[in-house]
Write a protein that binds this ligand. Structure first.
Ligand SMILES: Cc1ncc(COP(=O)(O)O)c(C=O)c1O
Length: 400
């Protein structure tokens, strides 16, 4: 339809939302469906955070606020970066938005011109390349396979940099693979970037608090102080504090960039919800006890899922360091025949047949830029995960 903007014709709808919708449709039709597509913790928001929000409502903190965040929240964010990441930001270097997603989008909107390139390591979170396209720029995909633990190498990064490169988007722990870069692995990449002063780093640290087996999280501006002045460090309360619906994310970086991001926000959405901002102050300043307790639950689920998937014929599942996703290969099922009589041709075929025959909803790896894989979100009960993995084992075992 000619009325819709050309930029939209290049943008794909979210594959993860498509899977969730398909699963919901089958459920409505009476099918027994287990959805492992959604990327949000199944835990409830902690009580102290809910109470802070209720207090904010009672105290009348229900008006417009400063466009990119109340001073109290900016102070809490500054303290968080100092405490957890050894990063010394000032409040004027912090921007608060309606989720990490809006922080990323504001930053891209504020900086990209047509022809600019943004390096996006694959497998990637579905929104990165689409946001770059919406801003009229070009995503440059750098593939990382299971052979390197789904992590981009210094050589691959170096080879992708051109004079037009504006940003590299870095995401560790990763959605969709769960892969997290060690300090040495981060350093190998920052060493490359130090040599290319025109390239900025957008570090999406959303899953910082979800790492396992003693993994030590680091972020590029911390590992390489020489990059501090050209890094936007992005984080939020959605995943660590089970606050996906509250919509609060934040970013910290050079003041000129932060000001430009606030300008975008001032003419689009204005401030994030005042009540959610007060809840986020409590999340960051209050007790952090909730975090290791949840991480222990996720680790147990990760181990259950990895072990059961590796017992499914034709599936290989590496053990990720973090987040709440696994990204197994279904290469061993390609060319086999499903109960429907259809031959599995690729990962899209695998997930479609799995949903049709066993009612298990997962997302094809190609949606994240790497097949033949699929993504499972294990942010659901142990009982549902065990049942889903049993069904996957049965499905794979029955392929002809
Ligand atoms: C890698 C990554 N970055 C950012 C986000 C955005 O999180 P939110 O907008 O809820 O803060 C998500 C959510 O799924 C994510 O997986």
């Amino acid at each position: 339809m000619g009325f819709i903007a050309d930029a939209l014709s290049r943008v794909k709808p979210s594959a993860t939302i498509a899977v969730t919708n398909k699963a919901a449709e089958l459920k409505r039709a009476g099918r027994d469906v287990i959805g492992l597509g959604a990327g949000e913790p199944d835990f409830d928001t902690p009580e102290n955070i809910k109470e802070a929000a209720i207090r904010a409502i009672r105290d009348g903190k229900t008006k417009y606020t400063a466009v990119d965040g109340i001073p109290e929240l900016k102070e809490a964010i500054v303290a968080k970066f100092a405490r957890e990441n050894n990063l010394a930001y000032k409040p004027a270097q912090v921007s608060v938005s309606g989720g990490g997603k809006q922080v990323l989008y504001n930053a891209l909107m504020a900086t990209l011109n047509p022809g600019d390139e943004v390096i996006v390591p694959a497998p990637y979170w579905v929104s990165y390349p689409e946001m770059v396209l919406l801003c009229g720029a070009t995503p440059v995909i750098v593939e990382a396979t299971a052979a390197t633990g789904f992590k981009v190498t210094a050589e691959a990064l170096e080879a992708a940099i051109t004079p037009k490169t504006k940003w590299v988007i870095f995401n560790s722990p990763s959605n969709p693979t769960g892969a997290a870069y060690t300090r040495d692995e981060v350093k190998a990449l920052t060493d490359v970037l130090v040599r290319h002063p025109h390239v900025w780093v957008m570090s999406d640290d959303m899953y910082e608090h979800l790492t396992y087996d003693g993994f030590v999280f680091t972020t590029p501006a911390e590992v390489e102080p020489a990059l501090f002045d050209r890094t936007l460090t992005v984080n939020g309360v959605s995943k660590a504090y089970a606050m996906t619906g509250w919509r609060i994310g934040y970013g910290a970086g050079p003041e000129a960039l932060i000001k430009a991001m606030a300008k975008v926000q001032s003419q689009s959405t204005s401030n994030p919800c005042s009540i959610s901002q007060w809840a986020a102050v409590e999340a960051l300043n209050g007790t952090q006890d909730f975090i290791p307790t949840n991480a222990a639950v996720f680790k147990e689920r990760r181990d259950l899922v990895v072990s059961m998937l590796n017992q499914a014929r034709g599936i290989t599942c590496p053990t990720p360091e973090g987040a709440f996703y696994v990204f197994p290969s279904c290469a061993g099922t390609i060319g086999r025949t499903a109960p429907s009589g259809k031959v599995i041709g690729d990962d899209q075929g695998f997930v479609t047949e799995l949903l049709e025959s066993e009612g298990v909803a997962v997302v094809q790896g190609s949606a994240f830029g790497l097949g033949p894989h699929f993504r499972i979100s294990y942010a659901t009960s142990n009982a549902a995960l065990e049942e889903a993995c049993k069904r996957i084992q049965r499905f794979c075992g029955n392929l002809k």
